[in-house]
Design a protein around this ligand. Sequence first.
Ligand code: NOJ
Length: 548
Amino acid sequence: MMKWWQKTIAYELYPKSFLDTAGNGTGTIRGIIQKLDYLASLGVGAVWMTPVCRSPMIDNGYDIADYCSIDPSYGTMDDMKELISEAKKRGIRIVIDLVFNHSSDQNPWFLESKQSRDNPKSDWYIWRDAKDGKEPTNWRGIFGGSAWTWCEERQQYYLHTFAAQQPDLNWANPEVRRALYDAANFWVDLGAGGFRIDAITYVKKPDVFTDGEPDGDDGMVSVHDMTANQPGILDYLHEFKREVADGHDIFTVAEANGVSADELKYWVGKDGAFDMLFEFSHVNLEFKGIETWCRPDPWTISDLKRVLRDSQDATKDNGWYPIFFENHDKPRSIDHYFPSCSNPLSAAKALGCLLMTLRGTPFLFQGEELGYRNVAFPSIDDYNDISSHGQYDFALSEGFSEKEALACVHRFSRDSARTPMQWDASENAGFTAGTPWLPVHPDYKTVNVKALAEDPRSILNWYRKLAELRRDHPALTEGTWIEVLPDDPDIIAYRRVCDTEDLSILINLTEDRITDLPLGSCESILLNNKNDYERGCLRPLQCVILKM
Ligand code: NOJ
């Protein structure tokens, strides 16, 4: 029996950029309430909101100062309750982002912990003495610079996998885990429909902290390579499942960078700790190891096919897959997968078809349904994203010029995913009456919800059509996934098959016309992004769903 979250479409919403009803230039929860009908029109049944808890916003909410609160810039707890209940009326559940690897350095837990070496919370974070007057290890944080910051009060360093203002919590301390589970249960009691759990692979630290082989001219090594996925981590995560998720009609999807397809079985499925896992192999094709923007590797369609196949196969008999091509940390998918494409609309439709027809729950990211493109701000100073600054500085330290470093930021910055929603062609795209916290994309006069809703051939209406197909064709949700033409270097082709239906999905990811494909005849064409379909041929960037 399928669960509700396997049949639905999830939407990742970046609240800061969705709709501002207060005129401050940042989105509000009331803005989300206003647009629930829009989300329902996309067939969405779950909305994952990136964090809205009280936060100094060093990392736009991924630095939480109080796990059971709402940041005043977003509104109040009453607004949140209203959102949950209004969403429910429309068949939408609200999914909360749990940022449990680290808190903000302004969280009262950290403020207490840093006071002394013997206060009640002294062991709630990861503290170490200096080594030879310097950092305890040579680990580089994910946003750049040392992963250690000195604390005058304690005369010790604390560890932060991300920014200095995001100290890592000490999961080895049972009191910390209890406090985190209590916070999660606060949201369950409030009516949350599920959780997205942030940066989960980092919560268990190694028993012994040692220096690693440097991977850059700065003499440091990425903290990821030294601490991610430590043995025993799953014990904690099973405990989280028992203490929070079990017994509730909610789903959990954990962000787990570095968990490969063959390890998935330990993380999801009948014996797994979570319902789904975001792993990144298909969106990090250009990074064989750690994500270093100035050193991208080339990749091919065959590489993309291989990693998609691996995750489909890994969850075939056990587990479930969250399908995504965009999120708030990644560049826009058209620019990512089709950097020099002459027909971005066809490319966006082809990707949309893939997103909505692979086996799993699709996670559509705010703006993806409008075919959003990357931004290229003129100077690094125009970027808000903390990782863009870290990557820029790292590129300079590796000998790249300012121009080259900025080009990397243009290609990979997280700000491209975070520009405000474009609702209409009015000033600031109808996002705010104030000054938007991040500039609106210059294409907003033509790329906006109002204009695209009126155009039957738009990407927005394409997504609505795909949502209807998912609703009406059980093969697209419950059907098995069977790859066709696995060795073809240009097209992705597969069948979705259930008792009542056999559908073929063919997607040409190139700008070439492909002929002579050994394909059977079909009964009808359910979807086509070109005017016609000739058996065995695909036009450039053509995608079709065929009923066989
Ligand atoms: C992953 C989140 O998606 C990202 O936005 C954030 O910066 C880091 N985790 C740290 O919380």
